[in-house]
Design a protein around this ligand. Structure first.
Ligand SMILES: [Zn+2]
Length: 344
């Protein structure tokens, strides 16, 4: 075979190959062309394979010619691949145009549940007065929930609360946060001022009662504590929560664990004591129960009632939240309806 014949054939092969590459319009088509032109069964591969059959003196030149064609084809394939990729990217960018002037979709910011917000505010007020926060178990014994708080077995005061009993009556869900008083008096050396916020449970459910609700209990144990200290503390608390103009009124009441006991009314936050639907025309609203810690409670935890005195108070967080936000159904606080919760 003449040298010029081989050169002619290879020139033709190269021209055809470059034409095939030029025709390819996508990366898939180009990949197909690569296999066709450079693959094991391509003409180029077969010719390279056949080099060994050529006479020894012809091989170097023929090899160089074939390699030159392969390099030209490979380089054309690479160039074409870059060009196709760029074209495809540009097309994609053009087709996926988006309107940057459209307002963004806002991600909803979470915020405190009204009960949690009020709880935080109350804790802030009392810790500001020097009270420390103590928590206790939600599952209690009769001993802590009733007996040590001066509820004797047959005391009618037990009927005041309907209790969830568990473990066949061996345990109960605490009906108030007052058992924390007992735990605190057993564990902290007086004098101390403690608030105990937390969930409590009662068999009760209507527009103003929920079977689970939150209470905040506060108590102060020291020597020579009198009712004036209680009154002053609650006055400060009410004024910080509802404003300096709020009036307070104590009414005698009864709780087994305090003696004397009182209920605290405040002037209506809505009408300012003129009388409205919220205060049922009285101008006053009951917000909490309080009193001086009964000597029997001190005795039950091993503190000498001749030496130690104290006051205690407790109220429902939900009631405070309902008054604050004008919510008239306690159950709304527990349905977790975002349309309701978003209003606060
Ligand atoms: Zn009113």
């Amino acid at each position: 075979m003449e040298k010029s014949d081989l050169r002619n054939e290879l020139d033709k092969l190269k021209a055809i190959s470059l034409a095939v590459i030029k025709e390819a319009g996508s990366t898939a088509e180009l990949e197909k062309a690569r296999v066709e032109l450079l693959g094991r069964k391509s003409e180029l591969a077969l010719r390279l394979k056949g080099l060994g059959k050529l006479p020894a003196d012809k091989r170097p030149e023929a090899g160089a010619e074939l390699n030159a064609v392969r390099e030209a084809v490979t380089s054309a394939l690479d160039d074409k691949l870059s060009a196709i990729r760029e074209k495809e990217l540009n097309e994609k960018l053009e087709n996926e145009l988006f309107d940057i002037t459209l307002p963004g979709r806002e991600t909803g910011m979470g915020h405190g549940h009204p009960v949690v917000s009020v709880m935080d505010e109350l804790i802030g007020i009392f810790t500001g007065l020097g009270f420390q926060v103590v928590e206790g178990p939600e599952v209690e014994t009769d001993e802590y929930n009733f007996k040590m708080l001066n509820f004797p077995d047959d005391h009618p005061a037990r009927d005041m609360q309907d209790t969830f009993y568990v473990q066949n009556g061996a345990r109960l869900l605490r009906t108030h946060t007052s058992p924390v008083q007992i735990h605190a008096m057993q564990n902290i050396k007086p004098p101390f001022a403690v608030i105990a916020p937390g969930r409590v449970f009662r068999l009760d459910s209507d527009v103003t009662h929920s079977p689970v609700f939150n209470q905040l209990e506060g108590f102060y144990v020291d020597r020579d504590v009198n009712f004036g200290h209680l009154k002053g503390t609650l006055e400060l608390f009410v004024h910080r929560l509802y404003g300096e103009d709020t009036k307070l009124r104590f009414r005698p009441s009864f709780f087994p664990f305090t003696e004397p006991s009182a209920e605290l009314d405040i002037s209506c936050v809505l009408c300012g004591a003129k009388g409205c639907r919220l205060c049922k025309g009285t101008g006053w609203m009951e917000i909490l129960g309080a009193g001086m810690i009964d000597p029997n409670v001190f005795t039950s935890v091993g503190l000498n009632p001749e030496e130690w005195t104290g006051f205690a108070f407790g109220f429902g967080i939900e009631r405070i939240a309902m008054l604050k936000y004008g919510i008239d159904d306690i159950r709304l606080l527990y349905e977790n309806d975002p349309r309701f919760l978003r209003q606060f």
